[in-house]
Design a protein around this ligand. Structure first.
Ligand SMILES: Nc1ncnc2c1ncn2[C@@H]1O[C@H](COP(=O)(O)OP(=O)(O)O)[C@@H](O)[C@H]1O
Ligand SMILES: CC(=O)N[C@@H](CCC(=O)OP(=O)(O)O)C(=O)O
Length: 267
């Protein structure tokens, strides 16, 4: 029997930081009739609030070093302000949705990242094989769109800050045993760019071989590296397709199967 299609869509912090862009994106998302899950970041907003509260922020390879105070800010911003506002906006647009952290219904168990050269603090590494996919299937079968923030838990009462790209990739892998999963990373640029200052220089396809060259030439760097690493992790474990696209293109990509923009990550 053919598996049902499922779209896992991730929206990043640079869009969330612009209320009018986020509003337009959520309106577009609400036009997609196919089963879907939304995962949102919000790193930019967390950094702004932490700075207002005079809590210094530090990053290593795109991940936030998360002490107890920063973890509290992350929980307030991701699981509270952003997640609830997104759900309310989707309801306004007629898309029934429900907000989750990874602790809710034990959907995303994780463990605190072990200390090696860097102590990341309260940062979680997802235990993909323990994701509660059955529960999500039930929610999706009720025609309700799950909306995930970047918070997981360790089973011992501790919430963990977890990169939102990793959450999207882990959910995609866990759900691919039940669904034919397509993963779309939406952000503010037209795709992965050959020249970061030229929106017309989109790289249409990235394979493991071309990725090595792009990194060597420093064409991809910063936040794009964990995003592409997560994309490959998904493709290698049974996810059908992964695209990195501008947030305004999502509707065309899914509703019209339009492949004229954005970057596909393939094996
Ligand atoms: N070659 C590239 N093409 C596009 N963006 C790139 C590239 N290399 C690095 N980047 C950076 O990666 C960022 C996206 O990663 P990130 O900031 O983590 O976004 P998000 O919050 O959407 O996950 C872009 O805003 C851009 O600054
Ligand atoms: C551990 C870690 O780095 N967590 C991320 C979670 C939010 C996120 O991923 O947001 P964007 O998608 O907007 O970047 C952070 O706190 O920035």
């Amino acid at each position: 029997m053919q598996k049902q299609e499922l779209y896992i869509i991730k929206i990043g912090g640079n869009v969330i930081d612009h209320p009018e862009k986020l509003d337009a994106f959520l309106k577009d998302l609400s036009t997609i009739q196919k089963p879907k899950i939304l995962v949102h970041g919000g790193g930019k907003l967390a950094t702004k609030l932490a700075e207002k509260l005079e809590i210094p922020q530090e990053f290593f390879e795109g991940r936030r070093i998360t002490n107890a105070e920063t973890r509290d800010v992350a929980v307030m911003v991701y699981a509270g302000l952003i997640n609830k506002n997104i759900v309310a906006t989707l309801q306004k647009n007629g898309l029934n949705s429900i907000g989750f952290s990874g602790a809710d219904a034990n959907v995303i168990p994780a463990h605190k990242r072990p200390v090696k050269t860097i102590d990341f603090g309260w940062v979680g590494d997802v235990e993909t094989d323990k994701i509660n996919a059955q529960f999500l299937e039930k929610v999706i079968s009720e025609d309700i769109c799950p909306v995930f923030c970047a918070i997981t838990h360790d089973g011992n009462g501790n919430l963990l800050n977890t990169n939102a790209d990793t959450i999207a990739s882990s959910l995609a892998v866990a759900l691919s045993t039940h669904f034919e999963v397509n993963l779309a990373y939406c952000f503010e640029k037209n795709g992965v760019l050959e020249n970061i200052d030229d929106e017309n220089s989109v790289i249409a396809k990235i394979t493991p071989e071309t990725y090595i060259q792009l990194k060597e030439k420093n064409i991809v760097n910063e936040g794009m590296i964990p995003k592409i690493d997560n994309a490959f992790a998904a493709i290698e474990k049974g996810v059908k397709s992964v695209f990195i696209v501008k947030e305004t293109f999502l509707k065309k990509l899914i509703n019209e199967n339009n492949r004229t923009s954005g970057t596909e990550i393939t094996q």
